[in-house]
Design a protein around this ligand. Sequence first.
Ligand code: BGC
Length: 664
Amino acid sequence: MIRIRRGAGRNAPVVLAAGVAALVVSGYASAAAGPPVAVEPVVHPEQWPAARSRGLVDPETEARIGALLRRMSLEEKVGQMIQADTTTIEPGDLRQFPLGSVLAGAGSGVHGDARAAPSAWLALAREFRAVSTEERPGHVPVPIIFGIDAVHGHNDVVGATLYPHNIGLGAAHDPELLQRIGRATAEEVAATGISWAFAPTLAAPQDRRWGRSYEGYSDDPALLGAYASAMVAGLQGAADLGGKLQAGRIAATAKHFLGDGGTAEGVDEGNVQLSERDLIAIHAQGYPAAIHAGVLTVMASYSSWNGWKMHANRALLTDVLKGRMGFDGFVVGDWNGHAQVPGCTKDRCAVAINAGVDMLMAPQDWKALLQNTVAQVRAGEIAEARIDDAVRRILRVKFRLGLFEPARPYEGRLDLIGSAEHRALAREAVRKSLVLLKNDGVLPIKASARVLVLGDADDIGLQCGGWTIGWQGTGNKNADFPAAESILAGLKAALRAGGGEVMRESNGPDVDLAAHQPDVAIVVFGETPYAEMHGDRKLPLYNERTPLTQMEGLRARGIPIVAVFLSGRPLWVNAELNRSNAFVAAWLPGTEGGGVADLLLGDAAGKARADFTATLSFPWPRAATLPPYAHGDGYKRPQFPRGYGLSYAKPGAVGILSEDLDGR
Ligand code: BGC
């Protein structure tokens, strides 16, 4: 799916007016008539955690940047600050419009082909770089930086290794694993000639209605620092080696600054209504660690804080992020995020630049944006010093990435895409991310058993979720994943090896179950893929695609049930839990479905081959109607608290749970 989206009407901006300071009452001013008027929130930088970018600034590079800046024209400087989507720009356009960056947004693919081969991605990246670095009269060659949403592996590229989404990695509680995943992801991205991933997401999702919940590691801010530094270190390599990044590493992006996971009712791109203290305590905690790890870019959030768009929040972007937190890299805006600032359009937004956004993501309207911004600088609406600061930051990142140098040892190493080593790592991550919610002893299953496999066990697209070969992750077929294994394929392989068999698989041929009673049934079910906006839900929130009838049928025949639940968030599934003998929260495990069999199936004698180690990094809801985690009962008395997770070594009993939507 190509993203044609974000009409101006979607997030009708809160009306802003200049000179309303006199009307301020705790963040909102009420005008005599009309809608509430938001006023720029007051911020106290000294109350925020202090940090310092590591490894970004060195005098020699700064001098080279200074020399470049002196030679660049205003058009060239402003061009550095603009990022176009590859579906709307040809490499040759850079000769007339000297942009600093391109992105391939989710689904953009190569010339619109989302299923292009890795070699086509490589060729595309090289074409853009070649034109940007051409020696031409009147042009200062500056290599372009190419960014992509590599958020669970190089997920827009067919054949890449895809890891569990962050919610699963959060459950693994293993920063060292994250670091290895970051490194492997960087290698696959670098192999295709791309040098920048829009990851990691450092949201602390506070409301499971938010469709981007799975992009966060945990709702618990205390966990985010360790995850943030591990993923940045994995993607970028060590911060303190000086000079440029190690070979095969790419720029990371800490996103979305700030408060993306705290919007009211979990509405994507919505408004965060919190005190400054709570904003710091809940939503800022991942950032100091990411900055300390040397993160090269930060993405501004679509969301607002107390009615004020983050893309316009100078106090937070400049005074806090670049000042108090000492961030020396650059701030990139989100996809047309500047257009949501009151008074701005997709092709004109001095406010965002003045607030501290250094590069505007302007997927389609980059041409007019370039012209308008140059005019705004000439008219004095944007100070040239602000432009110089933004471009200095961007060039700093480009130098650190080694983009000015010809040697790129990982570029073209297409053998790394979906390599056996990376796939083994992804399978390890699956094993380490599955949370065992219930087991009455039916698990582990003997590898010599006769197993009935039902439900969505053979759907790799479903395993991978959103942000997979496209934006929402819908419409993917198993054939789109040449280097991958479905959950069913993994179960079959393990059963074959242990002398057992899959008796009937999802949509597979019927066998006479009456004549051959299966030993156990594995039922795979869960949410269909979604990403931004499309995944937002309302209360009551429960699993909509339930296999309850199937489960009842199995129970009537005395067949024990193992439920494997694929979801981007904890969902109320008490009815399914009650009807299962074992229940596994498998999240969105990615391309290596074999990791599920590693845990569910023991050896032929039934001895576990690997144990569950993951525990919940989000509380599991006790009722379908409960509000967000951080408020009221849902948080104080969850069905399963954060940290919960059974294992073969530490079993536990789960009684019959209430099936009342309100949890009574
Ligand atoms: C998302 C970002 C993403 C960007 C580029 C936006 O809509 O919010 O997380 O990096 O698109 O695809």
